[in-house]
Write a protein that binds this ligand. Sequence first.
Ligand SMILES: [Zn+2]
Length: 343
Amino acid sequence: MKEELEKIKINTLKEIASSSSIDEIESIRVRALGRKGELTAILRGLSKLSHEERSETGKLSNEIKAALEEAIEKRKSEMENAAVEAMIHGDRIDLSLNSPDSTIAKKQGHIHPISQIQYELEDIFTSMGFEVLDGPEPELEYYNFEALNIPKHHPARDMQDTFWTEDGNLLRTHTSAIQIRGMEKKTPPFKIMAPGRVFRYESTDASHENTFYQVEGMMVDKDISVANLIYVMKELLRQIFRQDVKVRLRPGYFPFVEPGFELDINCLICGGKGCSVCKQSGWVELLPCGLVHPNVLRFGNIDPDKWSGFAFGLGLNRLVMMRYGITDIRHFLSGDIRFLNQF
Ligand SMILES: [Zn+2]
């Protein structure tokens, strides 16, 4: 009887060790320890034994039963852990991998060249202490014209053909509208810049668009002069074009500045020798700028006797065109993927 029990123990332990599934191990358990199992059958025969043998065999079979149950549980949990491990490693998804389907990979987009330069400008201006402001594209006539020293019937309004809405508002024709909104919120001294989309009601050609992008800049402090303006402009252009850029100021008329200038830069395409982009002059007109007109400061609730400032409006489209040698402004909004994929 004793040998028989030991044999069951050894064989069953071997089977447990070599089992390879939960189902298999369960059938081993039923066969050895179940109600009709091998061990149970032996225990049933105990009554035929002497008292001494009975107690000895009973004790042994209980020990074997406990050992087998322990071995079964251990093997089961090994298998369950292995299954979980396999699931973790087998189902791992690497989201950084490109899709093996190349048509999906090609659909991955990138930033439009205008937005790229806008983000660069925001970084440059922020590093010089300017605060980035935003303003609405549909605008009140007051912010777009009146507060910028362009009253009704002023001839300067004709310089900017305007999209009017039926209720008398408009789509902003320049980011200068944000100057007034900025001054209303800030107290001097301050430096602000405001990038944005602007609209003109005009027919399009290689150098004119009805929708384009500007950055407005303004600095208000004590004793601001043209020298401050030139310094900031040169620093800005040096960082954008990653080289020193020669600039010149020509007198220009804009109602919101006095004195007003057109800032030209030395043509970066021909280096000043003359080419089609600079119309053989060696200079490219880049931005209007000047010292803020006292009336405009007053509209912004700033005392022009105490404070002065400079302002400029930089065309982002023209900047991108200069940087990459693009000759037609209409490409930017064409949605032509062959154009956009070059940047
Ligand atoms: Zn040139």
